[in-house]
Design a protein around this ligand. Structure first.
Ligand code: ADP
Length: 267
């Protein structure tokens, strides 16, 4: 394996607690090199799942967080100036396609649709990537796979994938883990005790019920882990929950009061 790509191999097994048959399904999809979409709210474990799968499949994982300023060159690569003149530098997609890595495009709806069309020839039978600026046509390495994540909760007409993009992919749904599993994850990741983890999960559940009723999104597993880590480090629960969970979530005073009420009820 090429030296540059080796650094993307995951060295240690990531901790991932499966919720269902997603591991087996993903392995089956990878065996066919099906491009995949991981759907689910932010902070629910999609990236961790991808890391765990890359480790299981022994493939390097090249991750790119998408944003609306991203251009096709950010994906495929560009010429850069250095001491010897101009040199071509492969972008993450090209690097993965050339060397047989898994390319993971996180929060893909953030990218502009015209940027995403560069992935089309890689996601059908052709599995090719034309590098127009370089006059090169890459045939994807047999181990290459493209995976994208997106949050259907934020879906709007302006921020949705084109049908022509979606229909090239298989998809798996992700949700926040069920309560016992989520508490286990929170205590494992933060080092907090089981009781604290269970209380935090209780707060998250109540916040998730407010989704669509003022809150765009409830408290995620990621937020719980951050609050739990603060508590494990000696910060009082109310201060930790406010800092890591409720204040980042909303600026609305009424909602903040309601969320404070949930914290009070659990600690
Ligand atoms: P997403 O990619 O969906 O935004 P992440 O994968 O970054 O979310 O999840 C946030 C954090 O939550 C992870 O860093 C991990 O600590 C934890 N986590 C969430 N779900 C799981 C799970 N099923 N197993 C292990 N850790 C998890």
């Amino acid at each position: 394996m090429n030296h540059q790509i080796q650094s993307y191999l995951i060295k240690e097994e990531p901790f991932y607690r499966a919720s269902g048959d997603e591991v087996e399904l993903f392995e089956a999809a990878y065996a066919l090199r099906t491009p995949m979409i991981l759907k689910g709210p932010t902070g629910c474990g999609k990236t961790r799942f991808m890391e765990a799968m890359a480790w299981r499949l022994k493939r390097p994982l090249i991750t790119l967080a998408c944003n609306e300023d991203m251009t096709a060159s950010d994906l495929v690569g560009r010429y850069l100036l250095d001491a010897e003149g101009t040199v071509w530098k492969d972008g993450p997609l090209t690097l993965a396609a050339r060397h047989g890595a898994i390319c993971y495009l996180d929060e893909v709806v953030e990218a502009r649709q015209d940027t995403l069309v560069v992935i089309h020839p890689l996601t059908d039978d052709r599995r090719i990537l034309p590098l127009d600026k370089r006059g090169e046509l890459i045939h994807a390495h047999p181990d290459f796979q493209l995976v994208m994540s997106y949050n259907p909760g934020y879906q709007s007409a302006a921020k949705d994938l084109k049908q022509s993009t979606k229909q090239r992919f298989g998809a798996l749904d992700f949700q926040y883990p069920e309560a016992t599993a989520e508490a286990e994850i929170v205590s494992h990741e933060s080092g907090c005790d089981d009781d604290t983890a269970a209380r935090l999960v209780g707060i998250a559940h109540r916040s998730r019920a407010l989704r669509g009723r003022g809150l765009e999104e409830g408290i995620s597993t990621r937020m719980l882990i951050r609050a739990a880590s603060l508590i494990a480090g000696g910060i009082a629960p109310l201060a930790a929950c406010r800092l890591a969970m409720t204040k980042p979530l909303t600026d609305d005073d009424d909602l903040l009061r309601a969320l404070d009420g949930f914290i009070d009820a659990h600690f």
